[in-house]
Write a protein that binds this ligand. Structure first.
Ligand code: PLP
Length: 427
């Protein structure tokens, strides 16, 4: 499958029916799977044979969808999780434990920032937060002997920072740790981080992949490129026998799939953040049109960004696809076919005018969501990021007057007309 272009992979990768099997990916709506002998079942528990036994760990519907996303990203192995939060948590916790240290970009989705600064701190993992524009020499200095990974977003939500992939990959690899990138916003249709040295990719499939706002989910894809066995003492969980799993040595037994097998065999087993097969089915449907939708999201967002930029009520516009944007050149380099459908802007008159403007919108809804077919807006300072102090907000690149606008795939003239009538209400 891997030689096909991304549009073909969106549709054809994953489920491969043969001989009278369902044309469309079946939903294996079953908690458990039957075997004929106790030995067959025993081999599964010993990871000697691969197969399904209980849906808390693995389900075929999920695995076919994970295989599709894996192929789209150009990875070696992948798994679905119940949410994007679970994906980022598992990706980190599969490597770091109490006493370890991680480095994250300050430009992250609020939920991820909270998870990786507050909640993992309670588990004894120390986090250093760096500005994504930190010079390479300074980034190098943040690594410690117990640093286990670096995490950033390819296009950050909502600050729309386009990651300097090569800088982060270089610093991480020099220090002998993998770079994890949350690729939710551009999706593999517009950006494939493994091509720029990223080792592990995560997704909130809740966003463009599902694309219709019907199911919460996540995904982890491993490139298979990071050689854990070069640093066995840094990654003992991957390189030494796992006593909690009959002495399994993941790198020896599973090679490029070691990271994903370990996350499934231990984290999924113990923490159980599995995606429901029904939701995986919806994600798969969404993936089939992802390439069409991303193209229209980007076209519409660019037109809206240009229109806003020229509007007298608007103080500023950020959109990495817009010429003149600070990240325009970098976006051209890493995602030449487009970025995403999300843009941000501020209205003259600040916070109050922004709220008044949003309340006047008719077609464009105020919802805590991004990246589905419908246009929607959110004011992070009073919604998603409200737990953050003003200082943290600015550190995360979120101005207090920032409106996050997820441009949908409606007719762009209708979207612009709605903006126009809402601006007229400010007069
Ligand atoms: C929404 C989002 C998440 C969290 O995903 P959920 O599916 O809501 O748990 C993580 N990263 C990014 C970039 C997101 O936009």
């Amino acid at each position: 499958m891997s030689d096909y272009r991304i549009e073909t992979k969106c549709i054809q990768s994953g489920w491969q029916p043969t001989k009278g099997e369902a044309r469309i990916l079946p939903i294996y709506q079953s908690t458990t799977f039957k075997y004929d002998t106790s030995e067959q079942m025993g081999d599964l528990f010993d990871l000697k044979a691969s197969g399904y036994f209980y849906t808390r760990l693995q389900n075929p519907t999920n695995d076919y969808v994970a295989a599709k996303i894996c192929d789209m990203e150009g990875g070696a192995a992948a798994m679905l999780t119940s949410s994007g939060q679970a994906a980022n948590f598992y990706a980190v916790f599969n490597l770091a434990e109490a006493g370890d240290h991680i480095i994250i970009s300050s430009a992250l989705y609020g939920g991820t920032f909270n998870l990786l600064t507050t909640t993992v701190a309670k588990m004894g993992i120390e986090t250093t937060v760096v500005d994504p524009e930190i010079p390479l020499e300074d980034l190098r200095k943040e690594f410690k002997p117990n640093t286990k990974c670096v995490l950033a977003e390819s296009i950050s939500n909502p600050s729309l920072v386009v990651l300097d992939f090569e800088k982060f990959a270089k610093a991480a690899h020099e220090a002998g740790v993998p770079l994890i990138v949350d690729n939710t916003f551009p999706t593999p249709v517009n950006c494939r981080p493994f091509e720029f040295g990223v080792d592990i990719v995560t997704h909130s499939t809740t966003k463009y992949m599902d694309g219709h706002a019907v199911s919460v989910g996540g995904c982890i894809v491993d490139s298979g490129n990071f050689d854990w066995t070069k640093y066995p003492d840094k990654f003992p969980g991957l390189c030494y026998p796992d006593e909690s799993y009959h002495g399994t040595n993941y790198t020896e037994q599973f090679g490029k799939a070691a990271f994903i097998v370990k996350a499934t065999a231990t984290l999924m087993r113990d923490l159980g953040s599995i995606q429901s097969p029904q939701n995986a089915f919806y994600v798969n449907l969404g993936l089939e049109t992802l390439h069409l939708r991303m193209q229209r999201h980007c076209e519409n967002a660019l037109k809206v960004a240009k229109w806003l930029k020229a509007n007298e009520n608007v103080a500023w516009v950020n959109y990495p696809g817009l010429e003149g944007d600070v990240y325009y050149e970098r976006a051209k380099k890493y995602m030449p076919n487009g970025t995403c459908g999300v843009l941000t802007f501020g209205i003259k008159g600040g916070r109050e005018a922004s709220i008044k403007f949003m309340d006047a919108l008719k077609l464009i809804a105020i919802v805590t969501h991004v990246a589905d077919t419908r246009s929607c807006v959110l004011h992070p300072a009073s919604h998603t990021h409200r737990q953050m102090t003003d200082e943290q907000l600015l550190e995360a690149g979120v101005k207090p007057d920032l409106i996050r606008f997820s441009v949908g795939i409606e007719n762009v003239d209708d979207i612009i007309a709605d903006l126009e009538q809402a601006f007229n209400c400010l007069k």
